[in-house]
Design a protein around this ligand. Structure first.
Ligand SMILES: Nc1ncnc2c1ncn2[C@@H]1O[C@H](COP(=O)(O)OP(=O)(O)OP(=O)(O)O)[C@@H](O)[C@H]1O
Ligand SMILES: [Mg+2]
Length: 175
């Protein structure tokens, strides 16, 4: 697994959303996006924005904290949103049907560390981390995966998408 994009600064929840919106159109059946980062890093926030961007109709996207998996009937493919924090053993992921979903659906997986050796090879990993020495809420996104992802991401302007977000405070000041 290698870094496939320069780190992206995410100074607030709006920019996490902007990153999800920029990535969404490039994803489809058979793509797996693993969402890493500590509790409260914004993994669900990111997944929610991405799923809502892909759904043809407005859709409520609850956190799969307790259900482990939420399914969505996406545009031509299923979308699986999983939160494996409460997974007891990697075998349970197979029982959930995740291995098959990795091949056929678009899968967004929070706490992928729980997959152990069932972690899919071709996945894109997005890691959300608190910016060192940064103010509260400032984060950095790291993207890693197989080399094929580097090319796919190069076709998107992710940096432009997050840089174009006007922070809520600024919007209020400028009207
Ligand atoms: N870049 C960001 N900077 C600051 N706050 C953010 C950022 N992105 C998301 N948030 C906020 O962080 C909060 C927690 O997000 P979220 O519930 O998505 O975390 P999570 O990573 O899914 O946590 P868990 O591991 O418990 O599932 C939300 O209120 C969200 O708005
Ligand atoms: Mg979550």
């Amino acid at each position: 697994m290698e870094q496939v994009h320069p780190p992206l600064a995410l100074p607030g929840a709006d920019t996490t959303e902007a990153l999800a919106l920029a990535l969404a159109p490039a994803l489809g059946a058979g793509d797996v996006l693993l969402l890493e980062g500590p509790i409260g890093a914004g993994k669900t926030h990111f997944a929610r924005a991405l799923i809502q961007a892909l759904m043809p109709e407005p859709e409520d996207v609850p956190s799969p904290t307790f259900t482990l998996v939420q399914l969505y009937d996406g545009p031509g493919f299923d979308i699986w949103h999983a939160d494996l924090y409460r997974l007891g053993h990697p075998d349970e992921a197979i029982e959930l049907g995740l291995e098959e979903a990795f091949e056929t659906a678009l899968c967004l997986v929070e706490w992928p560390e729980r997959l152990g050796s069932a972690r899919p090879q071709g996945a894109l990993t997005l890691r959300l981390a608190h910016a060192p020495g940064g103010k509260d809420g400032r984060e950095v996104a790291f993207l890693s995966g197989s080399g094929a992802w580097r090319k796919r991401l190069a076709a998107l302007d992710l940096q432009g998408a997050v840089a174009g977000v006007v922070p809520a405070g600024e919007k209020a000041r400028h009207g």
